[in-house]
Design a protein around this ligand. Structure first.
Ligand SMILES: Cc1cc2nc3c(=O)[nH]c(=O)nc-3n(C[C@H](O)[C@H](O)[C@H](O)COP(=O)(O)OP(=O)(O)OC[C@H]3O[C@@H](n4cnc5c(N)ncnc54)[C@H](O)[C@@H]3O)c2cc1C
Length: 494
């Protein structure tokens, strides 16, 4: 059954299932009895509040999609997010089928000062798309992407995944920049910037965003673009989910041959210095068509590896020539760079970053790969299969956009550098997080600015947005003065 039909057929059942639960709702050890007329919620500033059952019923009646409470047969599935470290129980989950559903949910929360989490693809590393005792606005049923070969535009609903965006565009020989794990959400990915293997050719996801439909804190459905609500449109191109719930993204697409020269070259970690020193001198003059991203990791058997991920977006023969100098460095263990379908590359990390993994990550923006940084990368490396250092290489089209043309100001950075990892057991949390931090803090002195989409620290917005922050704060003050949308890299309303 497709997702839409699933939603329609479960709608009646879910409402029917939810209302008895209003009367016998067991959460956090508290049982609301038949006699109670409300359930417990949490306000924006963390105070306990009561949510009247009659009002909840009214919201459920107004929505096309199901409104779920604890005990609903799909509640536990719906509250799950990608990072297994976050196990939270919202008071209500509004599973939205359309913009009106979102508007009803936003209005319900605003009128009650109720904490709101917005779930796109659910891949927020710090788990900001779910919350305890608040309202989770779940966009996952709104996952359709359509691509138009004539206009070369794609429309992605707010809960769509990157796989759907890539797939819809490729069907017509077109593409836009998407990230490296295909089950990531278009929503959070795009609103924070959106880096991917084609960003040197086509810019970040936000650089390809033509317009968006969104619901602001006042419940209004707005179409925003350079022509309409231009300030708001500027803000959502880098400012994250601070300004409202985006229900549709319209992207520019580009003609693209899906058979691309791509893959990874892997060296033993003992050759990392040679590779990185070469890379530090080489990457600055690369053509926009060539994407090369270094990473350092450890295989499950303890073998340390230096990886270079490569995509050449152009004539493969020219790409082979461009790669020659890199291939002469050291003695790779494997060289998997070949002509292959773009989706092989776009899905190759999916299993390694599977849903439910416990994960912690920190990042920063690097202007230059200096000798000092290379030395530190070598010294800081930790041989542990749970951990890795990875990069997104920028430059090219990303860096030709002005620093404040969008709300993503890191336009002079060459690289986004991340350190962190994934593991299965809660017993690893403490040690793996401590080691990730140890590795990361050695590299941090080489960073200037941070990518809000990966930030794990809650009070980091000013440093994430840098010079874009004052304008973002002003726009936030205009469109979300009560800071309803606060579970993100949060901007204080000016
Ligand atoms: C495995 C993995 C791989 C990644 N790879 C990349 C990559 O290649 N490039 C890159 O740039 N980033 C990457 N990221 C980071 C990613 O961009 C962010 O985690 C992003 O927030 C995920 O978006 P989401 O919709 O899946 O997340 P969610 O958890 O649903 O949301 C994240 C944040 O965005 C807000 N949000 C989501 N959708 C909407 C919407 N429609 N309207 C309003 N607000 C919304 C949420 O409220 C929340 O604050 C990756 C993350 C993971 C976990």
């Amino acid at each position: 059954m497709d997702r839409r039909n699933f939603c329609k057929t479960t709608l009646a059942a879910s409402i029917a299932a939810s209302y008895p639960l209003l009367a016998a709702c067991e959460r956090n050890g508290t049982v609301a009895t038949q006699a109670s007329t409300s359930i417990r919620g949490i306000s924006l500033d963390g105070a306990q509040i009561e949510l009247e059952k009659a009002a909840i019923k009214e919201l459920g009646d107004a929505m096309s999609g199901p409104l779920m409470l604890s005990g609903h047969p799909h509640y536990d599935d719906a509250r799950k997010v990608w990072n297994g470290m976050h196990d939270k129980r919202p008071a209500l989950i509004a599973r939205c089928l359309n913009s009106q559903d979102v508007s009803h949910a936003v209005t319900f929360a605003r009128e009650r000062d109720l904490l709101v989490a917005v779930r796109g693809g659910g891949h927020s590393w710090p788990g900001k798309s779910v919350c305890d005792d608040g309202l989770m606005i779940d966009l996952s049923p709104m996952s359709t992407v359509t691509a138009n070969p004539e206009s070369q535009l794609a429309n992605a609903q707010g809960g769509a995944l990157l796989n759907a965006l890539d797939t819809a565009a490729l069907k017509h020989g077109l593409i836009t920049t998407a990230g490296v794990v295909s089950h990531t959400g278009v929503g959070g990915f795009t609103l924070g910037g959106g880096m991917g293997r084609l960003n040197r050719s086509y810019g970040l996801a936000i650089d390809n965003l033509c317009s968006a439909e969104m619901i602001t804190a006042d419940g209004q459905v707005r179409l925003v673009s350079d022509e309409q609500d231009a300030d708001l449109f500027w803000g959502i191109r880098g400012g994250g989910g601070n300004f409202g719930v985006v229900t549709n993204f319209e992207f520019q697409l580009h003609p693209f041959n899906r058979n691309v020269l791509s893959g990874s070259i892997v060296w033993p970690i003992s050759q990392a210095r040679d590779v990185l020193e070469f890379y530090g001198g080489w990457y600055q003059d690369l053509t926009d068509q060539l994407y090369v991203g270094p990473a350092m990791a450890t295989m499950p058997d303890g073998t340390g590896i230096m990886i270079m991920e490569v995509v050449y977006n152009g004539d493969p023969a020219t790409g082979e020539k461009a790669l020659e100098p890199l291939r002469k460095i050291g003695k790779p263990m494997t060289d998997g760079v070949q002509i292959q379908d773009y989706m092989v590359m776009q899905t190759q990390e999916d299993a390694g970053f599977a849903h439910g993994v416990r994960s912690y990550i920190k990042n920063g923006m690097v202007k230059e790969i200096t000798q000092g940084l290379v030395d530190t990368m070598i010294d800081a490396y930790i041989n542990d299969p749970r951990l890795m250092m990875f990069t997104h290489t920028l430059g090219g089209a990303v860096n030709r956009v002005g620093e404040l043309d969008t709300a993503f100001p890191h336009r002079n950075a060459s690289t986004m550098l991340g350190v962190g990892g994934g593991w299965a057991s809660p017993t690893d949390d403490e040690s793996a997080i401590a080691l990730s931090r140890e590795w990361y803090y050695q590299l941090e002195p080489f960073m200037g600015g941070y990518y809000s989409n990966i930030d794990f620290e809650s009070a980091a917005a000013a440093r994430n947005y840098g010079p874009a922050y004052p304008r973002l704060a002003r726009i936030k003050g205009e469109f979300d003065p009560g800071n309803l949308f606060r579970l993100n890299s949060n901007i204080e309303p000016a």
